[in-house]
Design a protein around this ligand. Sequence first.
Ligand code: MG
Length: 280
Amino acid sequence: MVRGALTTTLAEAARGGAGLLLLSDYDGTLTPIVRRPEAASLDEATRGVLAALARAPRVAVGVISGRALEDLRGRVRVPGVVYAGAHGLEVEGAGLAFRHPEATRLAPGLAALAEALASRLPSLPGVRVEPKGLTVALHYREARAGVAPTVRRIARAAVEASGLPVELLPGKRVLELRPAVGWTKGDCALWLRDALAPRVVGRWVTTLYVGDDTTDEQVFTALKGQGLTVRVGGGRTAADFRVKDVRAVRRLLARLLAWFGEGATTQANGVTAPVGPRRR
Ligand SMILES: [Mg+2]
């Protein structure tokens, strides 16, 4: 679908008095994909827009990422935002706290698995193991092209040897190892929606999810018919809409602030009036 339809839908919802639940991925969505993941920082302008959105009574904001929760929070650093790390296995912020019990139980096994992988990978220059608490990432952005099948084979063998219920999630030049506990990024998005939507002031709540990668497809599918979903960049997608790149996401966020932020007005019964005070 075209971007025009997305902005029209959102602008009309705002004018009609809707509140907004904004859920977003981090890497490749709020910040460009960079060679080394530790260099992916949020620019100040985007942080400012997110902060203003998080402050607005008509808006709630959540960021869901494959990064560990602490890492994600340290990068976004916006008060009032809910953070979900490890693809939704751990959630904290705005009074919410959740850690998937089954995944937590598997964390020591995951750490051992990360060590086993680190001992096997020196044969592959440029491939790095990142233990992330509840998940493990194998980064190969700096490795030679065509290395992906070998990384997958080594990971699969290590998982089998560990005997742990762990699934492999391919991403952009990364392979994630994640406890297979029946809780996807999509499940987390629905959980956040149910927890946060009642806090949003508005005649109804429009849920918007923006993401760029494989695991975001789980959210696009989970929210089908229940929210507006946006894929950043190319590739096959279950999302309703598509935007070109991170810059387009930033433009979209600025428009959301204009439409749903404090000071925005709504058109109801032919009268333009500010939306009422925040419900608690
Ligand atoms: Mg991403």
